[in-house]
Design a protein around this ligand. Structure first.
Ligand SMILES: NC(=O)c1ccc[n+]([C@@H]2O[C@H](COP(=O)([O-])OP(=O)(O)OC[C@H]3O[C@@H](n4cnc5c(N)ncnc54)[C@H](OP(=O)(O)O)[C@@H]3O)[C@@H](O)[C@H]2O)c1
Length: 239
């Protein structure tokens, strides 16, 4: 069993879905967990420190909120903005980029000193199956998530000398609030499950367990990688 004792881990977007699943797991396994989000859910675990903030707004309070040593940072904020290409506006592209990419950039910059202080740290960003698999109506989110993968690769190289690892998890459709519109009928759920070689869509734990591994010392020689947690969708052709 992996233990996160003595590890301080920040989960940005830890109030719902994949992030909340991760927060619960880390908290149960003795990590000291810090969460930033706009709201707190009813089932938020006691003992987890929370800062209410909108990642697109004023982040002045973040530095005082962070511990001196930060061993892990996960950016689990994002969007699923699916539209035919001719209906996507410049603002759609800018908003997806701001939330998915610039939000992660701002959080990493604000935490860099604390990550360096830890003497060994892990940053995990979240992409999407749509970054490397061509899917219709995904032009804006695919562009933003591809940027996340590029950002992670460059940062992994730049920060390796400081023992800061940077990796990405790229999920396919996962049953969270964000994906509600894609899974809100039995027909949609069945069709979505069938699209995946493993014949199901994801649960938040499928993704959060991969992130938990990347945060742990079990992955201490892994950096600059994208782990595709997608039921086989991106790489397999089964029929
Ligand atoms: N679900 C999927 O099918 C799927 C597929 C591929 C990739 N992903 C990626 O996985 C990641 C997690 O998504 P999820 O499905 O777990 O979504 P989710 O359940 O909607 O969780 C998103 C989290 O981000 C926070 N958040 C959103 N906007 C924010 C803002 N402006 N400022 C601060 N916090 C904000 C939310 O908290 P508050 O609302 O309380 O602020 C929540 O904690 C995202 O990067 C998403 O793009 C998801």
């Amino acid at each position: 069993m992996i233990n996160y004792q003595e590890k301080n881990i920040l989960v940005v977007g830890g109030s719902s879905g994949i992030g909340l699943s991760l927060v619960k797991f880390l908290n149960e396994n003795n990590a000291r967990v810090y969460v930033i989000s706009r709201t707190i859910p009813d089932d938020f675990p006691a003992g987890v420190k929370h800062l209410q903030a909108d990642i697109t707004g004023d982040l002045d309070a973040v530095v005082a909120f962070l511990p001196e040593h930060l061993h892990g940072l996960v950016y689990s904020v994002g969007s699923i903005n699916l539209k035919p290409f001719n209906r996507l506006t410049a603002n759609d592209f800018l908003n997806d980029y701001q939330l998915n990419v610039l939000g992660a950039v701002r959080m990493i910059q604000l935490s860099l000193k604390q990550l360096k202080n830890a003497g060994g740290a892990s940053v995990v960003l979240i992409s999407s199956v749509a970054a490397r698999t061509g899917l219709p109506f995904h032009a804006s989110i695919s562009a933003a998530k591809s940027a996340i993968e590029g950002l992670a690769l460059s940062l992994a190289a730049e920060l390796a000398a400081q023992q800061i690892r940077v990796n990405v998890v790229a999920p396919s459709l996962t049953d969270t609030t964000l994906a509600q519109n894609l899974l809100n009928s039995p027909e949609k759920r069945e069709a979505s499950a069938k699209r995946h070689p493993l014949a199901r869509y994801g649960q938040p734990e499928d993704v959060s367990q991969a992130i938990a591994f990347l945060l742990s010392d079990c992955s201490s020689w892994i950096t600059g990688q994208v782990i595709r947690v997608d039921g086989g969708l991106s790489n397999l052709k089964t029929s």
